[in-house]
Design a protein around this ligand. Structure first.
Ligand SMILES: [Zn+2]
Length: 326
């Protein structure tokens, strides 16, 4: 598959942030108040307890937290003391689900100014105008308004548009502003895995023609198979809630209902521990994601992409991939 070897020679294996080098592809476990069991502050505390080196938190959830002040000071402390890398989302996902129409660019910027993150996604427009230039100009303005306020964070653009216009929109953004990472919601990439893989592959090919490498982050991608396939398609970074919404079978990489871990116990330290159900399940999941991303990183680094595909997928699916990556 020619694309895989072409892209292997171009892709970056590390992303530099705050003097650290994050190994790629990377999965950021997301913390969110939407469709999850515990409060964002509790998830944050658990991830810190698990020694998680990087995670995503929402500006909306920080602002609305019952432990708002403690949350802000703990995040600041992490940055000052060389702790985990913090990626912050604008909070539009949460404010949309909570139907909070008062969450505006200024609200996001009011959290950004506390310097509680290393990287932050821009305040995004979920219903953008159809006109690409108008859409991209709004994004460029949002980035510039937030970048002026934040000392600690690089602001990362999010592009919402029809997948047919994605490459044009990303290239137009390049002509309007400088950025090294672009993020795209996974759901706009198309229907089904193959279409999504094809969309990312096309975008990666277009970006590889530019002088500087542009990292691709996919928003809302945490299914293990999607992480593997979209990494090979050229995405570098992901965030998702699966680590706290489901439980993963570590032998098959299939996700189960969060309450079904007893069906798929393994010999990880958490399954063997006496911790309560929620804590041991979250630990089990985080442990799996660390190993899973390492497996993907190692496969890419040793140019064994085809071998890893053969481990996880049947020959029919691999030949369908071959049509995209020929
Ligand atoms: Zn386990």
């Amino acid at each position: 598959m020619q694309f895989l070897s072409d892209n292997n020679s171009k892709r970056k294996m590390y992303f530099p942030v705050r003097g650290k080098a994050l190994r790629l592809p990377i999965y950021f476990p997301s913390i969110s108040s939407v469709k999850t069991g515990l409060s964002p502050f509790d998830y944050f505390t658990i991830l810190q307890g698990l020694g998680q080196s990087h995670f995503l938190v929402s500006a909306f959830d920080i602002d609305k937290s019952f432990q708002r002040e403690e949350f802000i000071s703990n995040l600041q402390e992490i940055i000052q003391n060389d702790g985990s890398i913090i990626l912050m989302d604008s909070g539009n996902y949460e404010s949309w689900w909570m139907r909070d129409k008062n969450w505006v660019l200024d609200s996001f910027n009011s959290i950004l100014k506390y310097n509680v993150s290393d990287l932050a996604f821009c305040y995004d427009n979920q219903l953008p105008p159809n006109d690409i230039i108008e859409n991209v100009t709004t994004i460029a303005n949002s980035i510039s308004a937030s970048q002026k306020i934040s000392k600690s964070s690089s602001i990362i653009p999010i592009i919402h548009c029809n997948k047919e216009y994605l490459v044009d929109a990303v290239l137009e953004l390049h002509s309007q502003t400088n950025y090294e990472m672009v993020s795209i919601p996974e759901r706009i990439l198309g229907e089904g895995l193959l279409e999504r893989i094809a969309t990312v592959t096309n975008l990666r090919k277009a970006l590889n023609n530019l002088d500087n490498y542009t990292y691709i982050h996919l928003l809302g991608t945490g299914n293990p198979f999607s992480l593997l396939l979209l990494s090979l398609a050229g995405a570098d970074s992901f965030d998702g809630l699966e680590w706290c919404q489901t439980v993963v079978n570590s032998k098959t990489a299939v996700l189960y209902h969060f309450q079904q871990r007893e069906l798929i116990l393994d010999d990880c330290n958490f399954c063997k521990s006496g911790l309560d159900y929620t804590l041991s399940t979250l630990g089990h999941n985080i442990n799996f994601y660390r190993n899973w991303m390492k497996e993907i990183q190692d496969a890419i680094e040793t140019k064994k992409e085809i071998d890893i595909l053969k481990v996880w997928f049947d020959s029919d699916f691999i030949s369908a991939l071959g049509k995209i990556w020929h």
